[in-house]
Design a protein around this ligand. Structure first.
Ligand SMILES: C[S@@+](CC[C@H](N)C(=O)[O-])C[C@H]1O[C@@H](n2cnc3c(N)ncnc32)[C@H](O)[C@@H]1O
Length: 262
């Protein structure tokens, strides 16, 4: 599937931040350098995973039991199918990632799961994501689904292609569907350090695009943002047991959920 261990990948760098085992030396070098620049990165990434889990539980609490996880990453603790199927064993999940390592490990993990599939695709091509048999056999697009774009859109610069893709997902889903987005932002950090992290990524061939709150809110075009709107990741529907967060902006991640009304 074309895995090059010498070329750092966003999926494997993220796995390294999480202390996972599915990464190579080249990925760990980039991850280590990024943590030197922004020491809170491992905690930031864990908070992002916590937002992902909360958004999945939010969807299930509203009767949405089908998930399209775009940019799903290398499987790690608290994957969408684990969180969802613990609550509803019949919940269905389609994982999509552009990275061959992420797809291989996810396929391995999910081989025996009849309610989950893994698709290798670019999320900017909704026709190929939504049109494939694997997805069509699993998800019923005439019923609401939750589209997850968690920590992925900061790898897709603004372009007519991205805008068309976002419109494509919105047009394809049934009323009652949800869109969950989390996104890296530079507000709340030392801008120079964040710029250097962005440079690091740019040199790996994966552009890192930091968007501010208005730009992240604009990604929800066509969706109604649910309360409390686009906020720092720990502020989005925190669990009652979560410790109080004193510096939410320090998490450098904005997050929100949108509802497709009609
Ligand atoms: C930082 S990880 C996030 C993983 C997971 N969503 C999470 O939040 O824990 C970003 C993932 O998005 C994937 N990705 C980046 N650009 C993509 C694209 N255009 N289409 C699909 N996946 C993409 C990367 O390969 C990587 O696995």
């Amino acid at each position: 599937m074309g895995i090059d261990p010498n070329k750092p990948s966003a999926a494997r760098i993220y796995d390294a931040f999480l202390g996972g085992k599915h990464n190579f030396a080249a990925d760990r070098v980039v991850a280590g350098r990024a943590v030197e620049l922004v020491p809170g990165l491992p905690e930031i990434v864990r908070a992002n995973r916590a937002f992902l889990r909360r958004s999945v539980r939010y969807a299930l609490a509203r009767g949405v039991d089908q998930f399209l996880d775009l940019g799903s990453g290398i499987p790690t603790e608290g994957n969408v199918h684990e969180v969802a199927q613990e609550i509803d064993p019949a919940a269905r999940i389609a994982y999509v990632d552009i990275d061959p390592t992420a797809v291989l490990y996810a396929q391995d993990l999910l081989a025996a799961n009849p309610h989950a599939v893994v698709i290798r695709a670019d999320l900017q091509e909704p026709e190929s994501v939504l049109g494939g048999h694997a997805l069509r056999d699993l998800l019923d697009l005439s019923r609401p689904i939750a589209v997850l774009m968690v920590a992925v859109l900061h790898f897709t610069p603004d372009s007519p292609r991205l805008a068309a893709a976002l419109r494509g997902y919105r047009a394809a889903v049934a009323p009652g569907s949800l869109l969950a987005i989390s996104h890296a932002t530079s507000s709340g950090a030392d801008p120079a350090a964040v710029d250097r992290v962005a440079d690091l990524y740019n040199r790996t061939g994966t552009p890192l695009v930091l968007r501010d709150r208005d730009q992240v809110a604009a990604l929800f075009d066509g969706w109604d943002l649910v309360e409390p709107g686009v906020v720092y990741s720990p502020q989005w529907h925190p669990d009652p047991a979560d410790a109080a967060v004193h510096d939410p902006a320090g998490f450098l991640t904005l997050a929100g959920v949108g509802l497709a009304r009609d």
